[in-house]
Design a binder for this molecule. Structure first.
Ligand code: ATP
Ligand code: MG
Length: 286
């Protein structure tokens, strides 16, 4: 199986949908998503909890099959591949950074990384050396023999990044890589991923709630209710202030329309004005 097609996007999704369950309780976690990520691009996808980010990323990594639609990784379509072929493609092409690290507790930092280098085909000696070099490049030269329980959150995150890089992947997929880190560490991790993408021509797709890392991405998209779209500039209907929809401090959903406010005072004024004119529906707000 050819694992790379020159000039293809690193990742392409066409009309990808994932439905969990059946009948009235079915959840459309990802709904007809079209997406292309170029080689060398750092793309950040943001959105509310339950919006479909992990589901999308897991499908992009070949860990979950879509209900409908096509996914291609470096030009190779996953649909026509068996599970075994998808695993092989994943091993050769993708590095996955899990939100919860997923490090093996019984293994040291070095062994956690070494396992992946070996799976990708290296011999024992080479794998040991590669793992040590990777960890050292991430500032963990003095932590090689530590088990996860003896590492800080930031250190565990860096081990999980080293493990994701261990197979020399063209595509790095990161699920909330800064979720367990403080602000400074979170930015450091993202800057590190950006550096890796730009210096080594790798592609990074990161999903995250974290607004503090937005400037590190080349492009930011929004995933909500399973649908992917561009972020929009919005206006507070009361004071007229321009807001970025994902950063607006207060929102109000009324009759299926979403309003964005600079604060609770404007929202209250909006509701008051509206109630004076017509009996309002039951609002839900955040
Ligand atoms: N295995 C599953 N079975 C049933 N429903 C699921 C499953 N996985 C996810 N879902 C549902 O799909 C929707 C999207 O979930 P997903 O985990 O992708 O959201 P998310 O954007 O990653 O959220 P968060 O920011 O909280 O991590 C949610 O409504 C969730 O309950
Ligand atoms: Mg998630």
């Amino acid at each position: 199986m050819d694992t790379k097609t020159i000039g293809s996007p690193a990742l392409s999704l066409q009309e990808v949908t994932k439905v969990f369950g059946q009948g009235p309780s079915a959840v459309r976690a990802v709904d007809a998503v079209d997406l292309e990520v170029s080689q060398g691009e750092v793309l950040l996808i943001q959105g509310p909890s339950g919006g479909g980010k992990t589901t999308l990323l897991t499908m992009a990594g070949g860990l979950l099959r879509p209900t409908q639609g096509d996914i291609s990784i470096t030009g190779v379509k996953l649909n026509g591949l068996s599970d075994k072929q998808v695993s092989h493609l994943r091993l050769m092409t993708i590095g996955f950074i899990f939100q919860s690290f997923n490090l093996l507790a019984a293994l040291t930092a070095q062994e956690n990384v070494e396992v992946v280098v070996r799976l990708a085909g290296a011999g024992k000696k080479e794998a040991r050396r590669t793992a040590a070099e990777l960890l050292a490049s991430l500032g963990l030269a003095r932590r090689l023999n530590h088990r996860p329980v003896n590492l800080s959150g930031g250190e565990k995150q860096r081990v999980s990044i080293a493990r994701a890089l261990a197979n020399n992947p063209a595509l790095i997929l990161a699920d909330e890589p800064t979720a367990n880190l403080d602000s400074a560490r979170g930015r450091e991790v993202m800057a590190l991923l950006r550096g890796i993408a730009k210096e080594q021509g790798r592609t990074v797709l990161c999903v995250s709630h974290d607004h503090r890392i937005r400037d590190i991405a080349d492009r930011v998209l929004w995933l909500e209710d399973g649908r992917l779209r561009q972020l929009q500039a919005v206006k507070d209907p009361v004071c007229g202030m321009s807001l970025d929809e994902s950063l607006a401090p207060v929102r109000l959903v009324l009759d299926r329309e979403t309003y964005y406010f600079c604060g609770v005072v404007c929202r209250a004024a909006f509701l008051e004005r509206r109630n004076a004119h017509e009996p309002a529906g039951v609002p839900s707000s955040s």
